[in-house]
Design a protein around this ligand. Structure first.
Ligand code: SAM
Ligand code: SF4
Length: 511
């Protein structure tokens, strides 16, 4: 008996060793150093920590007039320079901060009007070879590991479609089990899922991707499938901190991550998303890092900077004491400040707020320039379609602050005069990269999007809205139609024609 057990253990150990060997071989094959160095100058990347610290130091106590001139510049939809952003970050006066908050909201309305885009994350796999000290998916953590099969991906998608979602962001850990073939197969499954709704049908029309940095060859595969935005968050731009929080694994290579979006552009993906995990290092430094990254992308790719910027704050995660220990956690007040300064620094870029934040914070910061947010969010693997329980919560990457449904969120937005847009026209009719940036910078996108926002909101109300949400939504729609009639009289008849076709049950029509 004893002999048999020992034999079994030996074969388990052997299998484990073989698997470790093939994982480490796979890890070694991922990073293509030449895809980093081709963009670097004399072995250096574009984040100069010392320069950022000095700019922050030098631009303290600026005069009120200078601060107001900078706000004014942003109001004319021009990106700020690092020195100007450093001035805003150093404002001490409470009344001036109120001016900044107010200006951030005005800039957002000027570029994006009263629209908010919604989406939901879909976590596909939590296997990971990395050791990010803040993340519950890190290799060393003893959580339950799981990768959805394609049937499970379809089930998860059906639940999201049944809420009326049209956009998802797919999320994966970094592991051979979730390499490009798996990523591609899951995205295709999502695009191929369709459900009958009350009047028309539901489907996901834009899949954004939050995946580990990929090489150009793999990114070309994503481009071919037709993804929306490809997001890679740098987490922290501060080199030393980066090293500390990513001690091992592929993610330990700062530049492989920093140039991930350069590679995406090279592969033809021109909607890319930046992000920082706020709470790892000084928030002012990180805002500067985001700006330098934007400037670098604009410089390298003909004026096309990030399509979106995300600013998650560090949230508690299972078995992850690092989070409580971090001395850079961002207070609610500083969170407001950093969002407003990002809004003013890159006036034309989409800003994403997530359900990591509790409802009261989301209410407080949405008016500071946010353009996209998620709803009815669950981040456990399989959590949309399966029984949700404590065990499920423990599979999560971190703990969520706001679990309200899409219907509830839309109702709240509608009651405050905002329209939820389900528009996904952008990448499907070529309004990406340079074209979308030009439209945003000149204020034209605001009008295209208004038409599509009303059309897609009409679809959603007829197909998915519950009682009170429907009433609040109708009011918003009527107000928008009146505005379109007044502001775009030449387009109005064509718009109404399409609007009526949607009311009759046709779907997915857009300008
Ligand atoms: N594994 C891929 C990567 O690291 O790029 C993509 C998915 S990762 C699950 C998505 C993002 O979650 C990370 O980029 C990080 O910013 C964020 N994240 C990780 N741990 C977090 C935590 N404890 N609180 C808030 N956000 C967290
Ligand atoms: Fe893995 Fe991404 Fe989590 Fe890091 S943040 S442990 S790479 S899933």
């Amino acid at each position: 008996m004893f002999g048999l057990k020992a034999e079994k253990n030996l074969s388990d150990i052997k299998r484990q060793e073989e698997s470790n060997l093939s994982i480490s071989k796979w890890m070694k094959s991922i990073i293509k150093e030449d895809e980093n160095t081709r963009f670097m100058k004399r072995g250096k990347d574009f984040i100069n920590d010392k320069e950022i610290e000095e700019l922050l130091q030098k631009n303290r106590n600026s005069e009120k007039r200078r601060i107001r001139d900078i706000i004014q510049k942003s109001f004319s939809i021009q990106r700020l320079e690092p020195e100007e952003t450093a001035v805003l970050l150093n404002v001490e006066d409470k009344a001036l901060w109120e001016e900044i908050f107010e200006a951030a909201g005005r800039v957002k309305r000027k570029v994006y009007d009263n629209r908010i885009v919604t989406f939901a994350p879909l976590y596909c796999s939590n296997f990971c070879v990395n050791s990010c000290r803040y993340c519950a998916f890190r290799k060393e953590n003893t959580i339950q590991r799981r990768r959805l099969n394609l049937e499970e991906v379809r089930k998860e998608t059906e639940v999201l479609v049944s809420f009326g979602h049209k956009r998802v962001i797919v999320v994966y850990g970094e592991h051979p089990l979730s390499d490009i073939d798996y990523i591609a197969a899951t995205i295709k499954t999502i695009y191929n899922t369709r459900l009958k709704a009350r009047v028309g049908y539901g489907e996901i029309r834009r899949v954004n991707v939050n995946a580990p940095p990929l090489d150009i060859e793999r990114l070309r595969i994503l481009k071919e499938i037709g993804i929306g935005t490809y997001q890679v968050f740098q987490e922290t731009y501060h080199h030393q901190t980066y090293k500390k929080v990513h001690p091992r694994g592929i993610k330990a290579n700062y530049q492989w991550r920093l140039y991930a979006l350069h590679r995406a552009q090279m592969a033809g993906i021109d909607d890319v998303g930046l992000g920082v995990l706020f709470g790892l290092y000084d928030w002012k430094f990180e805002v500067m890092g985001l700006l330098y990254h934007t400037i670098e992308l604009e410089k390298q790719f003909g004026g096309v900077g990030p399509h979106t910027i995300s600013f998650p704050r560090l949230e508690p995660a299972v078995n992850t004491p690092f989070i409580q220990e971090s001395k850079y956690k961002v207070s609610d007040e500083d969170f407001k400040k950093l969002i407003a300064v990002i809004r003013l620094s890159v006036p034309y870029t989409g800003l994403i707020l997530t359900a990591r934040e509790p409802a009261h914070i989301r209410r407080a910061v949405l008016p500071l320039g946010v353009t996209q947010t998620d709803a009815s969010t669950r981040i456990g693997i399989g959590a949309y379609s399966e029984e949700y329980n404590q065990q499920e919560a423990e599979r999560q990457q971190f703990l969520l602050g706001d679990t309200r449904s899409l219907d509830e969120l839309i109702r709240e937005l509608a009651l405050s005069g905002q329209i939820t847009s389900f528009c996904t026209a952008g990448y499907r009719c070529g309004r990406t990269g340079r074209r979308i940036m030009d439209l945003l910078k000149t204020g034209k996108e605001r009008w295209f999007c208004k038409l599509n926002a009303v059309l897609t909101f009409r679809e959603w109300i007829d197909d998915f809205a519950c009682g009170e949400t429907r009433i609040a939504g109708e009011k918003v729609i009527q107000k928008e139609i009146t505005e379109i009639k007044k502001k775009l009289p030449e387009l109005f008849p064509k718009f109404m024609e399409v609007y009526k076709r949607i009311k009759r049950g046709e779907r997915d029509l857009y300008f």
